[in-house]
Ligand binder design. Structure first.
Ligand SMILES: *[C@@H]1O[C@H](CO)[C@@H](O)[C@H](O)[C@H]1NC(C)=O
Ligand SMILES: *[C@@H]1O[C@H](CO)[C@@H](O)[C@H](O)[C@H]1NC(C)=O
Ligand SMILES: *[C@@H]1O[C@H](CO)[C@@H](O)[C@H](O)[C@H]1NC(C)=O
Ligand SMILES: *[C@@H]1O[C@H](CO)[C@@H](O)[C@H](O)[C@H]1NC(C)=O
Ligand SMILES: *[C@@H]1O[C@H](CO)[C@@H](O)[C@H](O)[C@H]1NC(C)=O
Ligand SMILES: *[C@@H]1O[C@H](CO)[C@@H](O)[C@H](O)[C@H]1NC(C)=O
Ligand SMILES: *[C@@H]1O[C@H](CO)[C@@H](O)[C@H](O)[C@H]1NC(C)=O
Length: 555
């Protein structure tokens, strides 16, 4: 009897275990939640990114669109109603304030009739029906008949274009492409292409090169001074050899002006094109298009990207060993399950039985792990053995809950993020309050890295055993609390330096509140108070002589 019962329990337990293993909760993730506003376009949406990435992935592959009447910025690349001009590797998720990225990728075309490759309005494509997306997978049906499918690994994208039987099989790779700035086009924070290079190799089966972009949200163009340039290297392999390819180069959208003679470059004996001398402010647009033979119905490509070198970009293609799209989709899904979804289970019966709740829960959980981007080993600004994270976009949005969640559920990543914040102070003088494109910028109110560090400290990650150099971390917090940042001449806010640090410190130190001489004076007062309280909690054990000071300042 006892044995029988035991056997029964064992059988039951294994059935439950098998059922649990078979349940793929990624089916509940709807990547389109947050992409659409109440008027059916991107305006007042959550600007979420529906494309593909692994958790904290560097590559976030998806479409880049424009918007009718420039209703909003396509901050995350995708808008429900816009036309597609490219599918690219870099995007943000859930952001606002000037488009960033939308760089390195290509666009499938079925004809060159009427196309001026220097002018994206001559080849942009409406979409037929709604795009489709699930964890690890994205698909778009273009009006020209091309069916687009995408997937991604940490540093590489997979593109698959299925062409209609009529028409040509063309892939256009415009290095000079980036996300349009839409309603922010006139603002100094709009992003611009600066220069680029395109070199075709292996009879057209491979192309490599780099692009430089500047400005965009947070790291803003000439008005913000030096340092915001972002250079990305790329290496793309097609699965078959095109029957022909053609470079193009020219100033902006003007097809009539001839390319300047300095646009030809060589690399390893191969000729290519470059937008102008390196460092040139506004180089010519550059790119190439590839025409595949008519018997090729499907063109696939693996595109590796790197902030360090072309060689690294080529190497990153190895993250995608197979030419079968589904293999990458499954691998990416697996990574999400392992790192994110398997860590959670739902016990409440009513929740479990309610698809709406499951969708809300798993879709939100998914969103929580798209940024910041893990760029460890991919930091072009300084060399260091510390982890490197970018796209803290922004700590003022995430310090209350999300960073604490990382500490709880993704402890190693959370600590790595903190080390990256401290390393940024070590090499650039301040921790970021927001950072994107390897550039600190900007600050909304206070300096919230202080809080994220203190959160880890009070939860017991308070020794170098956890990899954080706490004397440096404390010095970085003190820098926020004591040293007013240099003016950064943001035309949107002449009252306050807002790249990093606390611009209104002079008032804070003199009056213990912020006067209206500085923007956001009330909220900054509250922020600085909480920041100083956070520092006092670390000081209590780290630097007892400072505890009183920061605790009193927080009052
Ligand atoms: C998209 O393309 C279609 C067809 O070329 C055009 O009629 C429409 O105005 C375009 N929409 C936008 C937002 O550019
Ligand atoms: C088209 O190209 C121009 C010039 O580079 C750029 O300003 C604009 O943002 C692009 N539009 C789209 C939708 O990609
Ligand atoms: C993708 O691969 C998975 C796992 O091997 C398989 O279950 C699924 O049917 C495949 N999907 C397609 C569209 O081939
Ligand atoms: C399912 O959950 C949603 C969201 O909480 C709720 O509005 C709805 O009433 C629930 N449905 C049932 C049958 O409980
Ligand atoms: C670190 O945290 C632990 C656990 O909260 C605590 O016992 C210990 O005293 C703390 N050490 C320091 C140096 O603050
Ligand atoms: C922290 O970093 C500093 C240099 O920035 C170094 O002098 C110190 O030894 C480090 N402390 C620990 C515990 O690693
Ligand atoms: C505000 O700025 C003005 C002009 O610099 C200065 O005269 C004034 O004293 C400042 N107000 C306070 C309260 O510091």
């Amino acid at each position: 009897m006892g044995l029988l019962k035991l056997a029964f329990i064992c059988v039951l337990a294994s059935v439950i275990a098998a059922a649990a293993a078979a349940e793929d909760v990624t089916v509940y993730v709807d990547p389109f939640i947050g992409t659409e506003g109440p008027t059916g376009n991107g305006a007042n949406s959550g600007d979420t990114f529906p494309g593909v990435s692994v958790p904290f992935g560097m590559v976030k592959i998806g479409p880049d669109t424009n918007e009718a009447d420039q209703a909003s910025n396509p901050f995350a690349g995708y808008t429900p109603d816009g036309n597609v001009t490219a599918f690219t590797c870099f995007h943000e998720c859930g952001v606002g304030g000037g488009s960033k990225y939308g760089v390195v990728g290509h666009m499938p075309l079925t004809t060159l009739d009427g196309v001026n490759v220097l002018d994206n309005t001559t080849y942009m494509q409406p979409r037929v029906g709604h795009d489709r997306a699930s964890v690890g997978y994205y698909a778009s049906q273009l009006a020209n008949g091309a069916n687009v499918e995408l997937s991604a690994s940490q540093h590489a994208g997979f593109f698959q274009y299925n062409y209609p039987s009529h028409g040509d099989r063309i892939v256009l790779a415009d290095v000079s492409h980036n996300l349009p700035s839409g309603i922010d086009a006139e603002f100094p924070k709009s992003q611009t292409y600066s220069n680029g290079q395109m070199i075709v190799q292996n009879g057209g089966q491979r192309f490599v090169g780099w692009g430089v972009w500047r400005g965009g949200w947070g790291g803003g163009g000439v008005a913000y001074g030096e340092g915001s340039d972002m250079q990305v290297y790329f290496c793309n392999d097609f699965d078959s050899i095109p029957s022909s390819f053609e470079y193009f180069t020219g100033p902006w959208n003007d097809p009539t002006s001839p390319p300047s003679p300095d646009t030809q470059v060589t690399l390893g004996g191969q000729y290519g094109v470059q937008g102008g001398p390196v460092g040139d402010d506004q180089g010519n647009r550059v790119g190439a298009y590839f025409i595949f033979p008519n018997h090729v119905d499907t063109v696939k490509s693996k595109l590796g990207v790197s902030f360090i070198s072309i060689d690294k970009a080529c190497k990153f293609q190895e993250e995608i060993p197979s030419w079968t799209l589904n293999d990458t989709v499954e691998a990416t899904k697996e990574q999400w399950n392992k790192e994110v979804f398997d860590k959670m289970s739902i016990n409440d019966k009513a929740d479990k039985a309610n698809n709406t709740r499951l969708t809300m829960f798993y879709s939100a959980l998914y969103r929580m792990h798209q940024m910041p981007s893990d760029r460890t080993g991919e930091n072009p600004k300084w060399s260091s053995s510390e982890p490197y994270y970018d796209d803290f976009y922004t700590l003022w949005d995430t310090f209350r809950c999300l960073n604490s969640w990382y500490l709880l559920a993704h402890t190693q990543r959370a600590l790595d993020m903190l080390r990256s914040l401290v390393d940024t102070w070590r090499h650039e003088g301040y921790m970021p309050d927001a950072r994107s494109g390897n550039y600190n910028g900007k600050v909304q109110g206070g300096t919230n890295a202080d809080i994220v560090l203190a959160d880890a400290w009070v939860k017991g990650f308070n020794s170098s055993r956890y990899g954080i150099n706490w004397s440096d971390a404390y010095a970085a917090m003190q820098k926020d609390a004591e040293v007013t940042p240099k003016p950064n001449h943001d035309p949107d806010d002449p009252t306050c330096a807002n790249k990093e640090g606390r611009c209104a410190l002079p008032d804070w130190l003199e009056y213990s509140y912020i006067t209206p001489n500085f923007s956001l004076s009330v909220s900054r007062t509250v922020d600085y108070s909480l920041n100083d309280f956070a520092i006092s909690q670390v000081a209590k054990d780290m630097a007892p002589q400072d505890y009183e000071k920061y605790f009193k300042r927080s009052a």
